[in-house]
Structure formats: C-alpha cells, structure tokens
Ligand binder design. Structure first.
Ligand SMILES: *[C@@H]1O[C@H](CO)[C@@H](O)[C@H](O)[C@H]1NC(C)=O
Ligand SMILES: *[C@@H]1O[C@H](CO)[C@@H](O)[C@H](O)[C@H]1NC(C)=O
Ligand SMILES: *[C@@H]1O[C@H](CO)[C@@H](O)[C@H](O)[C@H]1NC(C)=O
Ligand SMILES: *[C@@H]1O[C@H](CO)[C@@H](O)[C@H](O)[C@H]1NC(C)=O
Ligand SMILES: *[C@@H]1O[C@H](CO)[C@@H](O)[C@H](O)[C@H]1NC(C)=O
Ligand SMILES: *[C@@H]1O[C@H](CO)[C@@H](O)[C@H](O)[C@H]1NC(C)=O
Ligand SMILES: *[C@@H]1O[C@H](CO)[C@@H](O)[C@H](O)[C@H]1NC(C)=O
Length: 407
C-alpha cells in the first residue's frame, strides 16, 4: 500500500502545481497586449550585431590571428573514438572520485567585460555537496514545456543511484514582466533557473555561454563532468555514463563533441548574415579554427577556470559554439577534443529508428525537436537499459515518472 500512497501524493502535488501555473498563465495569455510584446521581441531577434561591447574588447587584448591550424593537443585530423580502456565498471565511483579538485579563476583587477547582473542566480544550488555531473542547457525563456520534459526525462537529477546530478537552465530576459513572473514562478517550484540580465535572443546566445562559465566557476566548480546541451536534444544519460565518462575519467581538459577541424568551416563576413563575424576577429582568415558543435558536448570540469580566464580577454562573437569551443581555447590551446560525431545525430528519423529497433545502440545524442519525441526516446531508453544501467538506475524513481510499466 505504501508505494501507491506515495505515488498518489506525488501525482496530487503535480496536479496542484500545474493548476497554479495554468491560473497564472491564463492571467496574461488572454491579455491582448501580449501580441505587441511578441512583435517587439521579434524585432530584437532581427536586430543587428550586438553593440554592447566596448571597442577595447573587440579582439585587441586577445591573440586571434596566427597559425590557425597549429594544434599541439590534437594528434591528427582523422580522429575516431579511442578504444574504451578495459576497466571494471563496478568501480564506476572512481570515474568521479578520482578527479582532483579544481581551483576557480579569480580576477581581482576587473569586472567581467560581458557577464553583468544575474536576475536569478541560485548561487546555493550546488553548495558544498559533491556534484558528479552538472547538466546545463541554453534555454529560451519561452521553452517552459521543453524544460518540463527535460526535468522529467534524461536530465532529471534522480535517474541514478549513487551518481549526483545537478541540472540548470541558462536563460536571458523575456520581453515583458508577465513572462518574467512566469519564470520566477517556475524557479520557485524547481530552483534550477540561472537568468542573465540581457535580452534572450539568438544573437545573444554567446552571452549564455559566458554566463554559464562564470556561474560554474563561481558556484559549482566541484562538478567533475559537465554536459552542455540545447533544450531540444535527447541524450542517453545512461550510455553517457557507462561508455563515455570512462574516456574522460583519465584525461584532463577534454571535451567529447561533434568536432569541426580547423579550416573546415568558412567564416561569414557578410554583415547581413546571422553568422556574421567582424573582420578584426580571426583577422585575415577565411576559416574557423577547430571547434565543437554545441548541441551537446561533454567535458571535464577542469576546463571551466581556463575558459573563464580567457573570457576576460576574448571578443564576443555571435556564433556561440565557436566562441565556447573555438575562440576561448584558441590562444592557449588548452582544450583536447575527442570527436564523437558518429554517436550523435541531428536526423530525428535515424535516431528514433535505432532506438525503436533491435540493433545495439550507438547514438548517445539525437534531435528531439518534434513534439512527443523526447518522451519516445526516453521510454525506448528505459526499455533498453544495459545490465549495468539497470543496476545503477534509480528504478523506483523512474517507475514513478514516465517509464514503462515493465521496469
Ligand atoms: C600575443 O602574441 C604576441 C606576438 O606573438 C605575444 O608577444 C604576446 O605575448 C601574446 N599574448 C598572449 C596573451 O599570449
Ligand atoms: C601551422 O602549424 C602547423 C603545426 O605546427 C605546421 O605544420 C604548419 O606548417 C603551420 N602553418 C603555417 C602557415 O605556418
Ligand atoms: C582511482 O585511483 C585509485 C588509487 O589511486 C586507482 O587504484 C584506480 O585505478 C583509479 N581508478 C580509475 C578508474 O582510474
Ligand atoms: C551506493 O553507495 C552506498 C554507500 O557508499 C553503498 O552502500 C551502495 O551499495 C551503493 N549503491 C550502488 C548501487 O552502488
Ligand atoms: C542582447 O542583450 C543586450 C542587453 O540586454 C541588448 O541590449 C541587445 O539588444 C541584445 N542583442 C540582441 C541582438 O538581441
Ligand atoms: C590531470 O591533472 C591532475 C591534477 O593536476 C594530475 O595529477 C594528473 O596527472 C593529470 N592527468 C593527466 C592524464 O594528465
Ligand atoms: C559510436 O559510434 C560508432 C559508429 O557507429 C560505433 O561503432 C561505436 O560503437 C559507438 N560507440 C559507442 C560507445 O556506442
């Protein structure tokens, strides 16, 4: 009787919270001023390149010219996943506990050039507790539903026994106070929003990267591994921990991602393009240095202070993936890349086909943009847990959430 009672209470709690949210939302969705806010927001989205940076930060303090293809850390252009080292997965705690502590970067001489005020900080979210994996999302203020799904599926902080996970969402500022109120309410319930005081727009995505680095450096540097993802991406968190964390466990300053080698991507110099890069950034170059696609990247926490130090000098460019994984590590080449593009897909059909089929899973990240796909991926994942995953998963929690009854 006890589990049923607990389950019932949880459901009741969810229903009450949902009712409260519906009441608040209906207060302003039926308010006709919303349309004007929307069109104003649209104008911001279409606005020109951000000009909030003083000229002194547009590249003059940062060595961004030079030999773009030089890379001491990357052994060859044609990299594939190295063999998983043979170690007992029974000792999985060592993947986390063996990591050494990381010192924050502290700059006493200047304020950060781009990270200004936080509207919501949640500075105590990690506190003194140990954090094995920190998952952070660049999420638009509008994507309440996507955040709800993520909290209930792969980015839930309670999918594992004995592996502590924290999840945060990096937001900018919505165009009106009523939307801000909805975000405040969402944060009261979940306490997982980090919000910066800048307009939440595509061109301002880079500010989210800078803010996330600053926040982690200040408040959650104990995180051993970090997963950065977009809010419409499905990640098989069980497979990440079982097959990919071991690769990072004996390395420092390393990222697993969809890697782009130096010289492979053209720099857009047309000011009308949304990918426009000013002439004085990567001056004289036609192609980007090496970088990662940012839809999902898994990296060691020791990269954070290095990225943060660099962010005081680097110019802000509107392509946030290049900023985070190309520009910031560029000058001092401190980042080591492992290309896992074969294990990621942005083709939703390929991803769902594999998860619905009977072949072994090779994808760990997939596009779940379409309505209903996040839930589908999650249910299929729970049905395909490996023996290791089954023993480590917090089965009772998963059963209460969205999992299949067969668990
Ligand atoms: C930038 O490059 C110049 C010339 O190569 C060098 O003298 C200077 O030390 C570099 N600055 C940094 C911060 O590495
Ligand atoms: C750039 O650096 C790489 C590796 O050090 C070297 O092989 C290559 O010749 C350099 N290219 C130029 C144009 O200096
Ligand atoms: C963790 O550290 C211990 C003690 O140094 C060592 O014996 C063990 O092999 C390490 N485990 C992993 C997974 O690296
Ligand atoms: C979790 O950790 C506790 C204490 O370290 C241990 O007793 C327990 O067996 C662990 N559970 C699993 C599933 O590893
Ligand atoms: C980015 O945010 C800043 C600060 O809120 C704002 O002034 C600027 O217009 C935004 N840029 C874009 C392109 O939305
Ligand atoms: C990683 O960094 C730690 C702490 O600085 C060091 O003890 C360890 O040897 C490094 N490991 C590798 C593979 O470089
Ligand atoms: C990653 O993808 C490759 C190619 O599909 C596959 O051979 C490999 O087993 C995958 N890795 C994991 C850990 O699933």
């Amino acid at each position: 009787m006890l589990p049923i009672g607990r389950q019932f209470f949880r459901k009741l709690q969810s229903v009450l919270i949902a009712l409260l949210i519906v009441c608040v939302l209906s207060l302003f969705y039926f308010n006709e001023t919303t349309t004007t806010h929307w069109s104003r927001f649209h104008e911001h989205m279409m606005a020109k390149l951000p000009d909030y940076l003083p000229n002194s930060f547009r590249g003059t303090h940062f060595n961004i010219t030079g030999n773009m293809s030089a890379s001491v850390l990357v052994p060859s252009d044609d990299r594939s996943l190295p063999d998983v080292i043979d170690q007992s997965k029974e000792n999985f705690r060592e993947w986390f506990d063996n990591r050494t502590d990381v010192e924050p970067y502290v700059n006493e001489n200047s304020d950060h050039p781009v990270v200004k005020d936080f509207i919501i900080t949640n500075s105590g979210l990690c506190g003194d507790s140990s954090v094995d994996i920190l998952i952070y999302f660049h999420s638009s203020w509008k994507n309440t539903e996507r955040r709800r799904l993520l909290r209930e599926t792969w980015a839930s902080k309670s999918v594992f026994q004995n592996i502590s996970i924290k999840t945060i969402f990096i937001l900018g500022k919505p165009p009106d106070e009523k939307s801000q109120f909805a975000i405040d309410l969402e944060n009261v319930v979940h306490r997982d929003i980090i919000q910066g005081d800048f307009i939440d727009s595509f061109k301002n995505l880079t500010l989210k990267s800078a803010m996330a680095i600053h926040w982690i450096n200040s408040y959650c540097l104990q995180a051993r591994y970090i997963i950065k993802a977009d809010d419409d991406i499905f990640v098989n968190i069980f497979k990440i921990v079982e097959d990919f964390i071991p690769l990072l466990s004996y390395r420092n300053h390393t990222v697993l991602c969809h890697f782009h080698r130096a010289g492979a991507s053209t720099i857009v110099r047309n000011p009308k393009s949304k990918w426009y890069i000013p002439l004085n950034v990567f001056e004289g170059e036609d192609h980007f240095p090496q970088f990662c696609s940012g839809y999902v990247a898994i990296f060691t926490g020791d990269l954070i202070p290095l990225l943060y130090e660099s962010s005081f000098r680097a110019p802000v460019i509107p392509v946030d993936d290049v900023y985070m994984f190309g520009l910031l590590p560029y000058e001092q080449q401190f980042m080591e890349f492992i290309d896992i593009r074969q294990n990621l897909t942005l083709n939703k059909n390929l991803g769902l086909k594999q998860y619905g089929g009977s072949e072994p899973l090779t994808y760990v990240g997939a596009n779940a943009w379409d309505i209903g796909n996040m839930e589908k991926f999650w249910a299929l994942t729970l049905n395909k847990l490996t023996p290791w995953g089954k023993r480590r998963a917090a089965i009772s929690v998963l059963r209460d959430n969205m999992g299949p009854r067969s668990l």
